[in-house]
Write a protein that binds this ligand. Structure first.
Ligand SMILES: *[C@@H]1O[C@H](CO)[C@@H](O)[C@H](O)[C@H]1NC(C)=O
Ligand SMILES: *[C@@H]1O[C@H](CO)[C@@H](O)[C@H](O)[C@H]1NC(C)=O
Length: 470
C-alpha cells in the first residue's frame, strides 16, 4: 500500500518535472558542458505566468503575451533559473517579492513593457543578477535607494524611458570616489539614452566621468539629450555644461589647536562647492605623545564619525559645521578630519588637537618639553608660550578631572556659552593640507590656531585648573 502511494508520488513528480505548460515549447539546449532546459512561451493568449514550468528550467522566455502583472513568488519553483526574459508583454506592475527564490538568476530582461516603476528592493532576492534590462518602459523616476540594490549589476539598460533625474547616489556607486574606503571599482555598461534628462549637474558629471580615460562605465549610447533645462531644451550634452558642478573646498577655522585639560573646545569647518557639500567629522587618530600609554586602554575604535554640534547651510553652495568637546581629557587629543563631499568630489582637512597638562609656571621641565611635542607641532615655531606640558599629571588629578560631569548639561545654555568661548587666536599657519583633487579656489590661506581658555566662574573644571595653578 505505502509502496503504491510512493510510486504514485514518484510518478507525479516525474510528470511534473518533465511536463511542459500548454502553449509553451520545452527544449534542451547545449551549453557545451550540459544539456540545459529552455522553456519558451509566446502565445498571445497567455495572461498569467504558467504554473507548471519544469523545475530544472535554466532559461525561461515569456514573450509577447497578455501578462500584465507579476504576482508574488511567481517563479518560486525555478531555483535553477539563470535567464528570465519577460520582454514585450504588457506588464504594468511587479510585486516586490515576484522574484523570490531566484537564487541562480544572472539575467532579467523586462524590455518593452509598460512599467512605470520597478521594485528595486526585489533585487535582493537575486544576489547573482548581473544583467537587468528595462529598456523601453515608462519609468519616470529612479529613486536614490535603487543604488543600494544595484552594486552587482554590471549591465543596466534604462534607455527609452521617461527618466529626468539621475540620483547622486547612483553616480557615487558607478564612479566611486578615490576617498571611499572598501569600494572596489566595478566595470559596467549602462544604457541611459533616450530619456528626457534634466540638464543638471548629475547628468553632466556622468557625461564627463564616463568619457574620461579609464572610466569604469561605458555608455551604450553617448548621445544623451537634455530635454528640460533653463532655455536649453533639446541641447546635446557637452562638456560646456560642466562648470556648474564644483568640487568641495574645505577650510577649517584652525588646523592646530591646543587646549588645557578640562577646558571646552569647539572646532569649526567651512566648505564650499556645488551642489552644496555635506560635512562629516571624523576622528582619525589619538595623539599618544602627551602622556602614559595606559590612559588609552579601552579607548574607542578609530576612525570614528562624530556628530556635529551645529551645522548650517546659509546659502546654496556653502555649509559650515562645528563639533564641541567639553571637559577635555587626554583621550580627546588627536587628529580630527573635516570631510566635505558632493557628487563632484571629496576634500578634507585635518585638525590636530593637543591637550595640555596641568600648568606649572615655576619650573618648566625643559627636557620633557623637547621630547614630547609631536613632529607636526615641532615644525613651526610657537610664539611665546606660557603653558608647558607637565611631565605626567598625578593620577589623582586626572581622576578628579575625568569624573567631573560636563560643565553644561542644558543644551540651550551650551549654545550661547560655547560660541562665545572661542578666544585668543594667536597663531598663523599657512600650510593647508588638502587633497589634490580639491579645487584650486582656496583663497583663505591663513589658518589660525585657536587656544581655548576655560572660564572659571561657571566651569568647575576650569575652577579646578585655576586652583591647581595657585
Ligand atoms: C510549485 O510547485 C508546486 C508543487 O509542484 C505547485 O503546487 C505550485 O503551483 C508551483 N508553483 C508555481 C508558482 O509554479
Ligand atoms: C552582491 O553579490 C554578493 C556576492 O555574490 C552577495 O552576497 C550580495 O547579496 C549581492 N548584493 C545584492 C544587492 O544583490
Amino acid at each position: 500500500m505505502y509502496l503504491l502511494v510512493f510510486l504514485h508520488f514518484l510518478q507525479s513528480l516525474l510528470m511534473a518535472v518533465h511536463s511542459c505548460p500548454a502553449s509553451c515549447a520545452c527544449t534542451y539546449g547545449s551549453s557545451g558542458i550540459a544539456e540545459l532546459r529552455l522553456v519558451q512561451c509566446s502565445d498571445p493568449g497567455i495572461s498569467a505566468v504558467p504554473v507548471n514550468v519544469p523545475a530544472d528550467t535554466v532559461k525561461l522566455r515569456l514573450e509577447k503575451t497578455l501578462i500584465s502583472r507579476m504576482p508574488r513568488a511567481a517563479f518560486y519553483n525555478l531555483s535553477e533559473l539563470r535567464y528570465l526574459w519577460l520582454t514585450y508583454n504588457t506588464i504594468t506592475s511587479i510585486h516586490p517579492s515576484s522574484f523570490v527564490n531566484l537564487k541562480a538568476l544572472r539575467e532579467l530582461r523586462l524590455d518593452g513593457n509598460l512599467l512605470t516603476s520597478f521594485p528595486w528592493e526585489g533585487l535582493r532576492d537575486m544576489p547573482r543578477l548581473q544583467t537587468l534590462g528595462l529598456h523601453n518602459n515608462r519609468l519616470s523616476s529612479l529613486p536614490a535607494h535603487a543604488a543600494l540594490f544595484l552594486p552587482n549589476i554590471t549591465f543596466l539598460d534604462l534607455s527609452s524611458n521617461r527618466l529626468t533625474i539621475l540620483p547622486a547616489e547612483l553616480l557615487d556607486l558607478w564612479f566611486p570616489l578615490p576617498g571611499q574606503q572598501g569600494v572596489s571599482v566595478q566595470r559596467r555598461i549602462l544604457g541611459l539614452h533616450d530619456n528626457p534628462w534634466l540638464c543638471d549637474c548629475q547628468i553632466s558629471m556622468l557625461m564627463s566621468l564616463s568619457s574620461s580615460l579609464g572610466s569604469p562605465v561605458v555608455l551604450m549610447d553617448q548621445m544623451l539629450m537634455c530635454s528640460r533645462s533653463l532655455g536649453q531644451a533639446g541641447m546635446l550634452l557637452t562638456k560646456a555644461e560642466l562648470p556648474r558642478c564644483m568640487r568641495p573646498s574645505v577650510q577649517p577655522a584652525a588646523t592646530r589647536v591646543m587646549s588645557p585639560l578640562g577646558s571646552n573646545v569647539i572646532l569649526r569647518c567651512d566648505a564650499t562647492g556645488y551642489p552644496t557639500p555635506t560635512l562629516t567629522w571624523i576622528k582619525t587618530s589619538t595623539y599618544t605623545g602627551c602622556c602614559q600609554q595606559g590612559l588609552f586602554e579601552n579607548s574607542e575604535e578609530l576612525p570614528k564619525i562624530l556628530e556635529s554640534f551645529m551645522q548650517e547651510s546659509p546659502r546654496v553652495g556653502v555649509r559650515w559645521s562645528i563639533i564641541s568637546l567639553n571637559g577635555l581629557s587626554y583621550k580627546d587629543a588627536g587628529e580630527y578630519r573635516c570631510q566635505a563631499r558632493n557628487m563632484a568630489g571629496i576634500s578634507e582637512a585635518p585638525i590636530k588637537l593637543k591637550v595640555m597638562g596641568i600648568t606649572r609656571l615655576s619650573r618648566p621641565l625643559k627636557k620633557k618639553v623637547q621630547k614630547t611635542p609631536s613632529k607636526s607641532l615641532s615644525k613651526f615655531k610657537k610664539p611665546k608660550q606660557t603653558l608647558v606640558i607637565s611631565k605626567s599629571p598625578p593620577v589623582l588629578e586626572n581622576n578628579i578631572l575625568t569624573n567631573i560631569p560636563p560643565p553644561f548639561n542644558n543644551k540651550t545654555k551650551r549654545d550661547s556659552n560655547l560660541l562665545s568661548k572661542v578666544v585668543q587666536v594667536y597663531q598663523v599657519d599657512k600650510h593647508v593640507s588638502q587633497r589634490k583633487m580639491n579645487s584650486a579656489n582656496t583663497k583663505k590661506k591663513n589658518q589660525t590656531l585657536i587656544k581655548s581658555v576655560s572660564e572659571a566662574p561657571d566651569n568647575p573644571t576650569g575652577a579646578l585648573l585655576s586652583a591647581a595653578l595657585v
